[in-house]
Design a protein around this ligand. Structure first.
Ligand SMILES: [Fe+2]
Ligand SMILES: [Fe+2]
Length: 477
């Protein structure tokens, strides 16, 4: 990478990068390392493909989604903040009413850096987790969608690295490098959060991940979008516009799988979901087990139910609640309380604690409300075919590793079991080795003929942007 970067063209941005020499130098140093990471850990064998992608080149309605064929290593990873709001204030915590910070408040520096690094680390992690899936895509449409998600996660990494470079000096630059050094699932240098070290071995897992785990991203970004540190708030607001597409890919992906399965069951008059496998579709019990897994590991991402860190992030004004400014209360939460679940005498009970310490749990509950609505939409798809099966979210305490339920053996119905009782049911509740083998066996090879779809998934209702479903979304060259 030479120093003659045309900043607007190469790194589309609205942060006046062309004039900021210090930031330019930092990014010039980081960009080749980023490209090295992309070639190494980005989508396998994809570097020469022409992919029909959207690129954000500005934050205007006309500029944030420009569609064209592009080779992914040439994707223009840009830096965008939504425009500032005049007179914006810190809207919660002890600093409520102060003008929003345009620079890092010194006393909160390390806390703020940690929030940015933790968010930033998830972005490249998911690209790493998904890097082999292009090899077994069920259609060109789906292949294009996963690549779109991947390049945007790459851009989200840029967004966080911009904040580290621009506002944190030397330790920010070190953190930015470390973001390229960690690897999902690596024993010695793993990604920071658990769910981002789990494999995403097949397309059912990918759709579950984008439905459940990208949505955790949405809720984290939404609460950071409330931050009193204005550059973080504005960055996250723009990232949320892209995140919506990732969740769309997940919701419609799972929806198309259950649609296909239920239609095949109805056509063949199959009542027992376990008999669907013989017809080359993914049985609904397996879909439920994947759901149980991805839901539970994603719930852990919200952190402990009782958390003094969450209280500090809030009290200082760095991380708000979901839709903080729409909530009708004092935004300080001095005396407020909140209910969290816990296990007492072998039963799950509610416990009232200080609302400030329960902010992770509150965000988790907001999240659960949204995923519940999505599961109901999947059930509508199944219902339409006349098949009586319904998907369900397991109990909040099921299969948890973090928080009040960690260490207990809780069934999807919410009963506290012994370890032996739980283990005896494990393969009914979570994907077993043989489930993964079955699903992966169905996904050998990719479907490359425009408009064709693998047998286990229904076509989408419409194509991407203005294109038809049988458009050539990826050209392999
Ligand atoms: Fe992201
Ligand atoms: Fe995402």
């Amino acid at each position: 990478m030479t120093s003659n970067i045309d900043y607007i063209d190469k790194i589309p941005n609205n942060v006046d990068l062309g004039r900021d020499r210090v930031l330019q130098r930092a990014l010039e140093h980081w960009q080749p390392a980023y490209m090295g990471w992309w070639y190494d850990m980005g989508p396998n064998e994809s570097h020469n493909y022409d992919v029909y992608l959207r690129t954000a080149i500005s934050v205007d309605p006309e500029g944030w989604a420009v569609f064209d064929y592009i080779k992914m290593p040439q994707y223009r990873w840009g830096i965008f903040l939504v425009p500032p709001t005049a007179g914006r204030e810190v809207n919660f915590g002890v600093n409520k009413g102060q003008p929003a910070w345009q620079d890092v408040p010194g006393e909160y520096r390390s806390m703020l850096r940690r929030l940015i690094v933790t968010q930033g680390d998830t972005e490249p992690a998911s690209v790493e987790q998904q890097r082999m899936l292009g090899m077994c895509a069920p259609s060109l449409y789906d292949l294009r969608n996963i690549y779109q998600v991947n390049v945007e996660e790459g851009r989200h990494l840029w967004a966080m690295v911009y904040l580290l470079h621009r506002y944190f000096g030397r330790d920010g630059r070190e953190e930015a490098e470390a973001l390229l050094d960690r690897r999902s699932g690596d024993v010695d240098n793993p990604r920071i959060l658990g769910a981002f070290n789990e494999p995403t071995p097949d397309w059912l897992a990918f759709y579950m991940f984008t439905f459940f785990t990208d949505r955790d991203g949405k809720f984290q970004l939404s609460s950071l979008a409330e931050s009193g540190f204005d550059p973080l708030a504005r960055t996250c607001r723009f990232m949320l516009t892209e995140e919506a597409h990732h969740m769309f890919v997940g919701e419609t992906g799972v929806g198309r799988i259950v649609q296909r399965t239920a239609e095949v069951m109805a056509e063949n008059k199959i009542d027992d979901p376990d008999h669907a496998r013989a017809l080359g579709v993914i049985d609904l019990h397996t879909v439920q087990r994947y759901l149980n897994f991805h839901y539970s590991v994603t719930l852990d991402l919200f952190g402990g139910d009782v958390s003094s860190n969450a209280a500090s992030f809030y009290t200082t004004g760095l991380k708000g609640r979901y839709e903080e400014t729409k909530i009708d209360d004092d935004h300080v939460l001095g005396d407020a309380t909140y209910n969290v679940g816990t296990v007492r005498d072998g039963r799950v009970v509610d416990e009232q604690i200080a609302a400030l310490n329960a902010l992770n749990e509150r965000l988790r509950d907001d999240y659960i409300g949204e995923v519940q609505a999505g599961v109901e939409r999947w059930n509508k798809v199944i219902e339409k075919t006349g098949i009586p099966f319904r998907l369900r979210l397991p109990h909040k305490g099921f299969h948890r590793q973090i928080g009040n339920f960690a260490g207990f053996h809780i069934s999807p119905q919410g009963d506290v079991l012994t370890e032996a009782q739980w283990n005896a049911k494990r393969d009914e509740w979570l994907p077993s080795r043989s489930d993964y083998t079955f699903v992966q066996a169905m996904m050998t090879g990719r479907v490359v003929e425009p408009g064709k779809f693998a047998n286990w998934i229904a076509p989408p209702r419409r194509g991407v942007h203005t294109q038809p479903i049988d458009f050539e979304y990826v050209r392999f060259n």
